[in-house]
Design a protein around this ligand. Sequence first.
Ligand SMILES: [Ca+2]
Ligand SMILES: [Ca+2]
Ligand SMILES: [Ca+2]
Ligand SMILES: [Ca+2]
Length: 203
Amino acid sequence: MPPSAPETPGLPDADTDGYGDASVRVLSCLQPGGYVSSDSDCDDSDAVINPTTSWYGDVDGDGYGDLSAMIQQRPALGSVLDATDCNDSDALINPDTAWYADIDLDGFGDPSSEIVQCAQPLGYVMDGQDCNDSNASINPNSSWYADIDGDGYGDVSSMIQQCSQPAGYVGDSSDCNDGGSAGRTRPPPGTPTPTTTATATPW
Ligand SMILES: [Ca+2]
Ligand SMILES: [Ca+2]
Ligand SMILES: [Ca+2]
Ligand SMILES: [Ca+2]
């Protein structure tokens, strides 16, 4: 590099990206080592950040920027270097988002089917709590009823809501006497035969 003209300002370029720190200015005829004539480096500790750096809007504040919202200047509040946010209006959706297959379409996904990516894969949901993804009536909203007398009919007053069927519980809730002193009591005639299928609460 040729020497600078007399009294040309020199700015230190600590990160050696060719852009200097305007807050530290020296006047020198010869260009000092480590100094450049540009004073436009807003961050002289990081060579990646200089006036040619591309910044991307991060409206949802998840740390991932929107490729379509690029600026090339000192970053405004809410701009980041990343440009991989496929949905910059939802902080829960970004390249770190986990998706789970929901084959039975109950809105709850199979935890063993996790895919991590930004865009929602077809047939996948954000939830990963479905313990049985082949039966839409069994999911974390399922209701189970205690069946103390073991007749397959449960007590409506003793309900647990969870995905997997607890021991001693059934999906039926039609036992009017679940092991009372009168002993085993069948539901009234005409009551449908109970099954182990739980009742899913609409969500
Ligand atoms: Ca974002
Ligand atoms: Ca986002
Ligand atoms: Ca499911
Ligand atoms: Ca019972």
